[in-house]
Design a protein around this ligand. Structure first.
Ligand SMILES: N[C@@H](CCC(=O)N[C@@H](CS)C(=O)NCC(=O)O)C(=O)O
Length: 223
């Protein structure tokens, strides 16, 4: 049985989505981000604090103190994108790479998303989530993030002009990984409107029953 440590309101969403798509048996062990406890005035290292990213037991699993972490038969893996690539290889089937070439392309897109997209897209997500999007500072952050996303979003738009999906002409774990990073920019609708193929592909990914189920459960989790 696979154990996933994390919260729905974290990058664990991409692993939950993948686990649902792949039909692997799994269980969620809730681990909350320490900063969320601090925001509620709770000391994360207090012995009675909820299990969190600074709990000594969690740090034994993940010295980086970050969720998600996955455990499977003694294998402890962090990094959400690596976890998804592992899960797909473990399950096999259409979401998994069918040969080393697809495997390489899936790794390429995961690394591109992590290095060129995720951080800037998260700036947008945070600005909206914190209600700062309409403030002067928030607007400046969003404008800067959109500028950083211009080149990678154009690259994705160009890729999607010639390909229906990220890899292999079918929905795979590479789509889950990329869609979950691009999603962070979604609250700023004007940005995605400038990349119609990227928007259509994202809509298609998010129309999948597994995404919808994950998303509904996430919405029910306290912010
Ligand atoms: N690159 C890592 C990033 C992990 C990460 O930063 N996770 C956040 C939540 S999404 C976290 O655990 N933060 C913990 C904290 O700040 O206390 C991944 O993709 O798994």
């Amino acid at each position: 049985m696979i154990t996933l440590y994390g919260m729905y309101r974290s990058r664990a969403t991409r692993n939950i989505w993948a686990l649902m798509e792949l039909g692997l048996p799994w269980t969620l062990k809730p681990v909350i981000q320490a900063y969320r406890l601090e925001a509620q005035g709770i000391d994360p290292v207090h012995p009675e604090a909820p299990f969190n990213t600074r709990s000594p037991e969690f740090l034994k699993l993940s010295p980086a103190g970050a969720i998600p972490v996955m455990e499977d038969g003694g294998l402890v893996l962090s990094e959400s994108l690596a976890i998804n690539l592992y899960l797909a290889r473990k399950a096999g089937g259409p979401l998994a790479p069918k040969d080393p070439r697809e495997e390489a392309l899936m790794e390429q897109w995961a690394l591109y998303g992590a290095t060129a997209i995720e951080e800037a897209a998260l700036e947008i997500s945070f600005a909206y989530a914190r209600g700062e999007a309409a403030t002067e500072t928030g607007e400046a952050r969003i404008i800067a993030a959109c500028a950083r996303l211009g080149r990678p979003f154009k690259a994705l738009e160009t890729h999607l002009a010639a390909h229906s999906h990220m890899v292999g002409g079918r929905f795979t774990v590479a789509d889950i990984n990329m869609a979950e990073m691009v999603r962070y920019a979604q609250p700023h609708a004007a940005l995605l409107a400038a990349y119609p193929r990227l928007k259509s592909w994202l809509d298609l990914c998010q129309s999948r029953p597994a995404f919808r189920e994950m998303w509904e459960t996430r919405a029910a989790e306290p912010a």
